[in-house]
Design a protein around this ligand. Structure first.
Ligand SMILES: Nc1ccn([C@@H]2O[C@H](COP(=O)(O)OP(=O)(O)OP(=O)(O)O)[C@@H](O)[C@H]2O)c(=O)n1
Ligand SMILES: C[C@](O)(CO)[C@H](O)COP(=O)(O)O
Length: 249
């Protein structure tokens, strides 16, 4: 069975306020996109990649792609549309029950061990899986004045990370339904949840941050440096205070 990797890299990175889309910003001597693709390739060297880029992308250099089997796909206006377009590009080739693993280009620090743990969690999985990290801070709900309305319990609250992996046909149906209803879908799991299904949470490292705001670049550089010193990019970089990896949803 083919493992399909979909990497959405068609965003503009507006919150980053940089001179280029954030996936092309330099980080540890490479671009964010190149680092992300390297991590994926370390874990899944034989996978087929669909790399989603803006049709007007002027920054992409194909030399940064380590995969031997890959294709470029034009992205959409929103991330959900980008991922849906990648599935359209797979329609001729993917089997209904093939796994499609979606990973943000903007997450270059994902540990290879977390990628492997996520993949292992697909064994005997009926619905699908996502990397996630437990909420660590006290959570406040704001009111319309920007004041605290109340404190939310953080019990059972998780940060959704990527990769997220679902079977091709189920993901296609879920994204189509979300697009048809205009539901707010910021990750693949929320589209699956809207179908009444419960994806499995797989505990991942808090190192797997999404580069979103300007200060995130320095944090990512520090994480990569720590991972290089401790070899935890390639091995396990999970927060040692949260040793459990697989968690039932
Ligand atoms: N239309 C879009 C929007 C986002 N993405 C990708 O989805 C990932 C996560 O999205 P986000 O962090 O929101 O990226 P941007 O949309 O680029 O950022 P912003 O919202 O700040 O503009 C990124 O790898 C981004 O390139 C995409 O492929 N297509
Ligand atoms: C997919 C994602 O990275 C999971 O955290 C996230 O939902 C993307 O969200 P954004 O709204 O595009 O920042």
């Amino acid at each position: 069975m083919t493992l399909w990797l979909v990497v959405p890299a068609a965003g503009r990175g507006r919150r980053m306020q940089a001179d280029r889309p954030k996936q092309y910003l330099p980080l540890a001597g490479r671009s964010v996109l190149e680092l992300t693709l390297q991590r994926l390739h370390q874990a899944f060297p034989d996978a087929e990649l669909r790399l989603c880029l803006d049709s007007d992308d002027a920054w992409f250099d194909a030399d940064c792609v380590p995969f031997s089997r890959w294709q470029r796909v034009d992205g959409g206006q929103e991330r959900v549309e980008t991922v849906r377009r990648a599935l359209t590009a797979l329609e001729e080739e993917a089997a209904a029950d093939d796994w499609v693993l979606v990973h943000d280009a903007a997450r270059p620090c994902v540990p290879v061990a977390d990628l492997q743990a996520l993949h292992a969690a697909l064994d005997d999985e009926a619905i699908g899986v996502l990397l996630a990290a437990p909420a660590a801070d006290t959570m406040k709900r704001a009111d319309e004045r920007g004041r605290v309305s109340h404190t939310e319990s953080r019990d059972d609250l998780w940060h959704a990370l990527t990769p997220q992996a679902f079977r091709f046909d189920l993901l296609r149906q879920a994204l189509d339904a979300a697009l048809a209803t205009g539901a707010a879908v910021t990750d693949e799991a929320s589209a699956i949840e809207a179908m009444g299904l419960s994806p499995r949470l797989v505990r991942g490292s808090r190192h797997n941050l999404k580069i979103t705001h300007p200060e995130d670049l320095a944090m990512a550089a520090n994480i990569l440096s720590v991972q290089a010193q401790t070899d935890t990019g390639a091995a396990s970089a999970s927060d040692t205070s949260f040793p459990q990896r697989g968690v039932s949803a």
